[in-house]
Each structure stands twice: as structure tokens, then as C-alpha cells.
Design a protein around this ligand. Structure first.
Ligand SMILES: *[C@@H]1O[C@H](CO)[C@@H](O)[C@H](O)[C@H]1NC(C)=O
Length: 235
């Protein structure tokens, strides 16, 4: 029985698909905790973003598989800690010493925080709200060799927020409200602009164009559809 050629071509197909998603990673996105990532995405689709920001943020933290507690109080609350990274248990103690993400601390040891804050029922491995700077050559993709389950994007720095998976598919979107200042709490409007700039000015043009297209859908998609419907009414 000659099973090997089939097996190796399958492996090759998987390797190529995986490598496409984690730029410049020898092992592709092999550090992804797949079950946790699926669960995080499933829950992200259920998060309503048309709600008060403090409730939205806690729902997003929970969807990511993280406990809402002191150690996660900065998560999704500034321009940078907006990636929901779900990583394999073999990778969660890795530091930035080998991956050398630009702009990040050379060590960036997160392992003990990840173990402490991750909700274990969401699947093997752990979760963390990693830094998006240098995206897609960021902490999740490089330090952990993992796909982001989702990222919180403030579209073009406006109040329109979206949760996008790692292919920039829109999982949920809306416009969070806030009684006390503009969201997010750490930086407000300035943080939203800075957060968008990281994506818009990404060194990887293909990722940047996917993020822009997703935001077109979020910001103008509904309007475009409504205009189209109106046009049909007139016919
Ligand atoms: C952009 O990312 C893709 C992976 O999605 C990678 O194949 C490509 O080499 C990257 N481009 C640059 C300029 O780094």
C-alpha cells in the first residue's frame, strides 16, 4: 500500500496554507490553539458592539477566553492591546528574544499572565490580548506563531468598531456608546486614530488593504446596500 505520496502532498498543502497566514514563520501558524480560536470567533460573532463601551469591552475580553480581572483591565482598552491571540500550550511561555518583534520589549514574558487569566474550559492552550504594533509581524504571529482569533479595529479612527478574524472577515461590528469620555478609556479618540494607523501604515500592503476593505464594509456597506434598495424601489 502506497500511502506516503498522498500523506506528503497533504502535508505540503497544509504547510503552504499555514505559511501564507503567518508571515515569515518557519512553522506557519502552527502555534495556534485551534479549538480555542474557533470558540473565541464563535463568541465574538455574538458580541453586540452597539452597547455601552464598558460592557462591550468585558464581553470582548470574555469572548477571547480571558477572565475579566485586574490583569486584563488594559485589554482592548488602548491603541495596542487589541489582538485576541489564542496560542498552543507549548508556545505560551515564549518570549520575544527569538522573534524580535519591532517596537516590543526584548523579553515580553507573558506566560504566567496567560496561564492565570485564561478560561480553561474554552479549549487547550491559552489566550492573551497581545500588542498589535508591527502587524502582521506582531506578537501573536511572531512571538507565539499563532493566528489571531480576532482583533478589535477602530475603523479609520472613528467610533465604528469591528471584530475581524485573521483574514479580515467581519465577525461583529457597531458603534459603542460611552457616558464618560470617548472609548477606549486609555486614550479615547487619539488611541483610536493611533490604533488605525498601525493597520493603515502596515509594511504588509496586502494585509493593510484587507483591513481597509473590511472597514469599508463596516462603515459604508450598510449605506451602500440601503442606497441600492432605494434605487430598486424607484424602478
Ligand atoms: C505579507 O504577508 C504575507 C502572508 O500573509 C506574506 O506571504 C508576504 O510575504 C508579506 N509581505 C511582506 C512585504 O512582508
Amino acid at each position: 500500500m502506497n500511502r506516503y505520496p498522498v500523506a506528503s502532498s497533504l502535508l505540503l498543502a497544509v504547510a503552504v496554507a499555514v505559511n501564507h497566514d503567518c508571515p515569515h514563520q518557519a512553522n506557519g501558524c502552527g502555534g495556534t490553539a485551534e479549538e480555542r480560536a474557533e470558540e473565541a470567533k464563535r463568541r465574538a460573532r455574538l458580541v453586540s458592539l452597539d452597547a455601552p463601551w464598558n460592557e462591550v469591552r468585558e464581553a470582548v475580553v470574555d469572548a477571547c477566553g480571558l477572565q475579566v480581572q485586574q490583569s486584563t483591565s488594559h485589554c482592548f482598552q488602548d491603541f495596542n492591546h487589541v489582538d485576541c491571540c489564542t496560542m498552543d500550550s507549548t508556545r505560551q511561555h515564549e518570549t520575544n528574544e527569538a522573534s524580535r518583534v519591532a517596537g516590543m520589549h526584548a523579553v515580553n514574558y507573558l506566560g504566567s499572565h496567560i496561564v492565570d487569566a485564561s478560561i480553561s474550559e474554552r479549549g487547550p492552550g491559552g489566550s492573551w490580548c497581545t500588542c498589535q504594533i508591527s502587524s502582521p509581524e506582531d506578537v501573536c504571529h511572531r512571538q507565539f506563531g499563532a493566528r489571531t482569533a480576532f482583533k478589535l479595529v477602530w475603523c479609520r479612527g472613528t467610533g465604528f468598531a469591528a471584530l475581524l478574524d485573521d483574514y479580515a472577515n467581519v465577525l461583529s461590528h457597531g458603534k459603542p456608546t460611552s457616558a464618560r469620555g470617548e472609548p477606549p478609556a486609555m486614550g479615547g479618540a487619539r488611541a483610536r486614530e493611533q490604533s488605525w494607523r498601525v493597520l493603515d501604515e502596515s509594511k504588509n500592503a496586502s494585509w493593510a488593504s484587507r483591513w481597509r476593505a473590511a472597514c469599508d464594509e463596516v462603515q459604508y456597506g450598510a449605506k451602500a446596500e440601503a442606497a441600492e434598495a432605494e434605487e430598486h424601489d424607484e424602478l
